[in-house]
Design a protein around this ligand. Structure first.
Ligand code: SAM
Length: 343
């Protein structure tokens, strides 16, 4: 998934820097701004017990699947009713016009105050039908909790691929792009099998969760600026919940949204220091780039108060949607601030 601030392209740099600073003999890794789960996944593969957290439910779903699932689900409950492959069954469903169709397609919103074009009618009906079917299977106990999150994670990834956006859901494109015209296909996602890893996923404000958990390595990847994840990924949130939220404006954004203090210039430093102070971890790492609302000197000053500090950095090519929706390339410096906590 193309996610703002994703660490997909710099995951090797993150792993190498963390192992360089903290060594090889740690067991519990914690990723409390987990997003798509790229970092937690890597540390699960390395054999760590991983705790992951994010305030967004789509992130919870993705991390539940990648971290807590350890084997290919058997779908034995579905087999009992003659469904041997849920993907074949789900991919042909086209019987339900639900919330996504009625609010995020041109056909479904035609003549209303805001006409929206996030999905083709065909794909929106597929999303609604698949989401509805997964929920019914789960409520009727025909699939397990693990199978439920697995299928939901597959649906999120598939729906994101056919969204008619420049990558985030703050706005839709005026005309349908090629990838949005393709028929959505639900595909099985990778399963990370590490039966020795004990992983757990939370959905909480990190500054609250930090008071309840402990471990060896704490990895922090909060928002760097005022761009709100709840707004930028609001449709994924609705698909994940499968609910009927109150929405507003041209983009049809969910009204009640979590407001992160990490998005606010006048609150972020205090919030960050509270997190470091309350953290019951020996090693703490913070990813932040050179365009963030805290500068690296401010971060260094805060972290140095709590122990031994070091900074790693690498260049990162990021893609930025410009005003005319063309994609432009830009290089930023990604910092990894490291702290060995002493007090
Ligand atoms: C930079 S992204 C993380 C990207 C992630 N490392 C990846 O590679 O996909 C920041 C994440 O922090 C989450 N977030 C923002 N404020 C939060 C808070 N107070 N507590 C927990 N999560 C928060 C956002 O929902 C978002 O998913």
């Amino acid at each position: 998934m193309n996610y703002i601030g994703s660490k997909h392209s710099i995951i090797d740099f993150i792993e190498e820097s963390i192992i360089d600073f903290a060594g090889n003999d740690n067991k519990v890794f914690c990723d409390i701004f987990a997003g798509t789960g790229v970092v937690g996944k890597r540390f699960k593969k390395l054999g760590f017990d991983v705790l992951a957290n994010d305030t967004q439910f789509y992130s919870f779903v993705l991390n539940k699947h990648y971290l807590e699932n350890n084997s290919i689900p058997s779908f034995s409950g579905l087999k009992l009713i003659g469904i041997s492959n849920p993907f074949i069954h789900l991919n042909v469903l086209d019987n339900y016009r639900g919330f996504i169709y009625h609010n995020y397609t041109l056909e479904g919103t035609l003549g209303s105050k805001y006409e929206r074009c996030y999905y083709s009618s065909e794909n929106a009906i597929k999303i609604d039908s698949i989401r509805d079917c997964i929920e019914k299977w789960y409520k009727k106990e025909m699939i397990t909790k693990y199978e439920y999150y697995y299928l939901l994670a597959c649906l999120l990834e598939a729906a994101d691929k056919v969204a008619n956006t420049a990558s985030v859901y703050e706005a839709f494109l005026k005309s349908m792009k090629k990838s949005a015209e393709k028929t959505m296909e639900l595909k099985p996602l990778d399963i990370i099998t590490n039966k020795n890893s004990k992983c757990k996923v939370y959905i909480e404000d990190s500054n609250e969760l930090i008071k309840e958990i402990k471990g060896d390595i704490l990895y922090l990847d909060p928002p760097y600026n005022s761009r709100k994840y709840a707004t930028n990924y609001h449709i994924l949130e609705t698909i994940a919940y499968g609910d009927y939220p109150e929405i507003s404006g041209k983009a049809g954004i969910r009204i009640s949204q979590f407001k992160s203090k990490y998005n606010k210039k006048n609150e972020v430093a205090k919030e960050f220091e509270d997190l470091i102070r309350n953290a019951n971890f020996k090693y703490i790492f913070l990813s932040y780039n050179d365009e963030g609302i805290m500068d690296f000197k401010e971060i260094e000053e805060i972290m140095k108060k709590y122990g031994e500090y070091k900074r790693y950095e690498c260049n990162h090519k990021r893609y930025k949607a410009s005003k005319n929706k063309e994609v432009e390339k830009k290089t930023t410096i990604e910092y990894l601030h490291a702290l060995k906590k002493e007090c």
